[in-house]
Each structure stands twice: as C-alpha cells, then as structure tokens.
Design a protein around this ligand. Structure first.
Ligand SMILES: NC(=O)c1ccc[n+]([C@@H]2O[C@H](COP(=O)([O-])OP(=O)(O)OC[C@H]3O[C@@H](n4cnc5c(N)ncnc54)[C@H](OP(=O)(O)O)[C@@H]3O)[C@@H](O)[C@H]2O)c1
Length: 250
C-alpha cells in the first residue's frame, strides 16, 4: 500500500520539488500552502499516471482549525499519515534588531515555529492512533538554526527554535515509532534565495554573491529520509552548496 505524506509549503521551492519527487517515488501526497493555484500547478507536475494519489488542500499553517482539517481530510482520503514534511517558512530580510517591528517578529515566529508545532501535534495524534503506529516528521530548519546571518533575528530565532521542537518530537516519539529529522539546508536555489547571486550581506559588512545548488538534490534527500524504516532515525541532516560560507569564522 502506498504511504502518505503531507508537505507544507508545496506551492513553490523545496516543498514543491519534494512533493513531486515523493509522488514520483509512489507516495500519496497531500499538498498544502496558501496559494491554491500554485498548489494545483504542483499537482500537475506530480505523477501523472496516478492523479488520484495527490490531494490539494489550500490553507494557512498558522490556522489551528485548518491544520486539524488538513490531517482529518488526509486520513479520510488515504487512511493514515506516514510523513509530515514541515517545510512552509518565510524570511523577513536583513533588518537591524532595533528596527524590527513586533508584527514582523511575530509573523515569522507564527509561520516558522507555530505552524510546524500545530502540524507536528496533529501528526503525532494521528501517528499514535493509527495501526501500525508511528510515522516520520522532517522539520525544515536551516543553516540559520546553527549560525545567524547578519541582521536576521526573527528568522534565526525561529530556526534555532526548530531544533528544540525537533529534539522533543524525537525524544517523546521514541516509544511510538515516531522519528524526527531536522533538515538544515544552505542555499538551495528557490524564490527565497534567488537574490544570493547578486550579493548577500556578510558579517564584515561586504555584499558578496554566494553559490547555490539545485533544489532537486534536497528533494532526493527528502525521498531518501522518507523511505527509511521506522527503526532508523536521522536526527540531523545538513545539505548545502559546497562553497557556501558556513564552515569557519566570519
Ligand atoms: N532555499 C534555501 O536554501 C533554504 C535554506 C534554509 C532553509 N530553508 C527553508 O526551506 C523552507 C522552504 O523555503 P523555500 O526556499 O522553498 O522558499 P519558498 O519557495 O518561498 O517556499 C515557501 C513556502 O512556504 C509557504 N508558506 C509561507 N507562509 C505560509 C503560511 N502561512 N501557511 C502555509 N504555507 C506558507 C509558501 O506558500 P504560499 O505562499 O502559497 O502560502 C511556499 O510554498 C522554509 O522553511 C525555509 O526557511 C530554505
């Protein structure tokens, strides 16, 4: 029987590429994000042989009622959930701390942390109640879960918090065949990173172009992680442009 994945933020970028790759690997895929048209476009790029294995459910991951509906409709349609890819996320640009509004900070925390919490909570409820029990969560962190870029308080705080969420899910899920991976990506080419070719602020104040890599490699990694059996856990997985300035000082 095909396994079932929910991919948040699958209307573009990493989420779209991963959903398409999971679909082509035989998974039932539930596509969710706010933009219905873009989700339908993702669906049209999924496995064309089996369109019935793809479900489009538009909504906002920060909306508790929507997230409950997302998981409820997934279980009604496919019977269970095997994978949640908590991928939806936003950035707020390079702004010095003293100029960041509370609204901006709360918005980034809502999408990047509250959304993954709400989705993980529903996933765990389903994982514990289904037979066989268990499932896998992949939380999309970032290199910013380890080291900040200049002037990135909301994004960096949200991604550091994903580390705590991921570790707690892995610990509390251990006895229920629930595993959790924090996937830390650096410079995959998407809408979020397209400005990198023009130059990215560095700690010493310079603006330097940074190398990127094809998002398809992230999608392949997600399919690999998703295919592992429940007795195999991958707590951390980092994938990045090999020339991205992450290792070292400054
Ligand atoms: N690209 C990289 O190199 C990189 C590096 C580190 C981490 N990441 C992480 O990877 C994830 C995806 O980023 P990306 O590069 O693929 O950027 P992207 O193309 O902008 O994708 C972001 C996705 O999140 C969705 N989204 C945003 N707000 C949402 C909300 N409130 N509710 C539901 N969906 C929402 C967007 O869809 P809608 O607008 O349709 O809602 C979109 O599908 C993010 O968590 C990001 O932090 C990316």
């Amino acid at each position: 029987m095909a396994k079932t994945a929910i991919v948040t933020g699958s209307s573009s970028g990493i989420g779209r590429a991963s959903a398409i790759a999971l679909s082509k690997a035989g998974w039932n895929v539930v596509l969710t994000a706010r933009r219905a048209d873009a989700l339908r476009e993702t669906a049209s790029l999924c496995d064309s042989e089996s369109p019935e294995k793809c479900l489009v459910l538009p909504g906002d991951v920060t909306d508790e009622e929507f997230v409950k509906k997302l998981f409820g409709e997934t279980v009604s349609r496919f019977g269970r959930v095997d994978l949640l890819f908590n991928n939806a996320g936003i950035n707020s640009g390079a702004v010095p701390l003293e100029d960041i509004s509370l609204e901006t900070f709360q918005n980034v925390i809502s999408v990047n942390l509250v959304g993954p919490f709400l989705c993980a909570r529903e996933a765990v409820r389903v994982f514990k109640s289904q037979n066989p029990v268990g499932g896998r969560i992949i939380n999309n962190g970032s290199l910013s879960a380890h080291t900040p870029r200049p002037f990135s308080v909301p994004y960096t705080a949200s991604k550091h918090a994903i580390t705590g969420l991921s570790k707690c899910i892995a610990l509390d899920g251990r006895n229920f065949d629930i595993t959790c991976t924090q996937l830390d990506i650096g410079n995959a080419m998407t809408v979020l990173t397209q400005r990198m070719g023009q130059g990215v602020p560095q700690p010493d104040g310079r603006l330097i172009p940074e190398s990127t890599f094809d998002v398809e490699h992230v999608a392949s990694a997600v399919v690999h992680l998703a295919s592992l059996p429940p007795d195999v856990a991958v707590p951390h997985f980092t994938i990045m442009a090999s020339k991205a300035p992450f290792a070292g000082r400054g």
